[in-house]
Design a protein around this ligand. Structure first.
Ligand code: HEC
Ligand code: HEC
Length: 373
């Protein structure tokens, strides 16, 4: 196995991040194959989708229904209510898919309320049937379309609460009425483009470049963050239905967008799969969200000036290698600007819509291919 060259700098400046142990700045020699295998990349993406789905379904929909503050309904736009969890995911997936990063995902089922959520191909249907039979693991395969290989994975979507089965079993458009708690109700399909030259049987040898995988992870995060801020927080605050509050659990309010992301990152971190993300800023309301090191400080400065390009770097903790990317965090909704500008602890009070307000740091573990493979 080839060793990495120490002491060289990728990106600019020193790096290091909040994990135990010494972080060593390294660069990748030309030709060195470092990246993330498609199955691990899909696991990372799924972990983020799943964490956000859980936060939305449990912390927001279920809690506010129980306190009788607010319902989730299909016609949420007209009814001043919350979008259903499936609608939240679909809006976010659509936004991410349209961003054109390459990776696509969607929610589907063999028994869909909405026929658009059916499997689109025979192999999707087979893959879905496999996760119904073996829900403890995702089902993955490679498929070629128009000369390009794609890695596809289906992860089970489980009936985790009574409300899932009550609503689906009782829904007039549902083709199935006997769902039980714990059943696989559907699946999350993730589709990763690999390129033209992939051996059909040797996908383990194929690594996706790390900056592509952080783009995928970030695309999911940003889409969920935008859907939450625009279609939940902004809309319901404007309609006077409910407020976002730092003390949401006491005040029957909506969690702040930053708290949504923080809670999701806790769920993902607990899985110890080598993926982490957090929100930082040069002008933090909470001083803990300031840059933790030189890499983050330079990254925040860089994305404020060059917002289309993430700031990237690599680091090592013990034997493990990590890739980090900082993406700009944009004021996508009116509520972002209003709340930060008014907040007594905010060091900045002149944010405007579409300004870069901070950054999302995505960190993931990368693998290295041995020589000659
Ligand atoms: C209040 C009703 C309601 C609740 C609660 C609900 N769903 Fe749904 N679900 C729907 C509707 C309506 C759709 C179709 C949305 C659309 O138009 O895409 C849907 C879509 C889905 C889909 C995509 C396939 C399809 O049926 O169109 C899956 C999978 C799914 N829901 C799983 C769940 C799970 C798991 C839960 C619990 C965590 C849940 N649902 C809670 C009403 C509900
Ligand atoms: C209702 C108030 C409110 C809204 C709306 C809101 N924020 Fe915040 N935001 C906060 C608070 C309070 C914190 C600090 C949370 C903590 O203690 O970690 C925060 C944290 C942040 C941070 C981390 C740095 C810091 O200030 O601590 C960023 C970046 C950020 N928000 C950007 C946004 C963006 C972008 C939006 C819109 C998508 C948004 N915020 C919407 C109140 C708000």
């Amino acid at each position: 196995m080839r060793r990495w060259i120490f002491g060289m700098v990728l990106g600019l400046g020193m790096m290091g991040f909040g994990m135990n142990g010494m972080a060593v700045v390294e660069a990748q020699p030309p030709g060195q194959k470092v990246g993330v295998s498609p199955d691990v990349a899909a696991d990372y993406i799924h972990a983020v989708i799943q964490a956000n789905r859980r936060i939305y379904a449990e912390t927001i929909v279920d809690r506010l229904e129980k306190t009788e503050t607010l319902q989730a309904t299909e016609n949420w736009k007209d009814e001043g209510s919350l979008p259903l969890p499936a609608q939240f995911l679909s809006m976010s997936a659509k936004m991410s898919n349209e961003r054109g990063v390459g990776m696509r995902y969607r929610l589907m089922s063999l028994w869909p309320i909405n026929p658009e959520n059916s499997p689109k191909t025979k192999i999707e249907k087979t893959g879905f049937q496999e996760v119904v039979n073996r829900p403890d693991q995702p089902f993955t395969w490679l498929v070629q379309m128009a000369g390009i290989w794609y890695f596809q994975a289906v992860y089970p979507d489980i009936a985790s609460t009574e409300s899932c089965i009550h609503c689906h079993n009782g829904h007039p458009d549902s083709p199935r009425h006997d769902f039980k708690l714990g059943d696989v109700m559907g699946g999350i399909l993730i589709n990763l483009p690999l390129g033209r030259r992939v051996q059909k049987t040797e996908d383990q040898d194929f690594l996706i470049p790390p900056e592509v995988v952080t783009d995928y992870v970030h695309s999911v995060l940003e889409s969920d963050r935008t859907v939450y801020s625009k279609h939940v927080v902004d809309r319901l605050q404007k309609e006077g239905v409910i407020q976002a509050s730092e003390f949401w659990w006491m005040e029957n309010g909506l969690p702040l967008p930053a708290q949504f992301l923080l809670n999701a990152s806790r769920l993902v971190r607990k899985k110890q799969m080598g993926l982490d993300f957090r929100l930082i800023s040069q002008w933090p309301i909470n001083p803990l969200n300031g840059p933790a090191n030189e890499f983050e400080r330079l990254g925040l400065e860089s994305v404020a000036i060059h917002p289309v390009r993430p700031y990237i770097g690599q680091t090592r903790v013990g034997q493990k290698r990590y890739f980090q990317a900082i993406y700009p965090d944009i004021a996508v909704a009116e509520s972002c600007v209003l709340c930060h500008n008014q907040h007594p602890d905010s060091p900045k009070h002149d944010f405007q819509l579409d300004d870069v307000m901070g950054g999302i740091v995505v960190t993931l573990e990368v693998q290295e291919l041995e020589d000659g493979r």
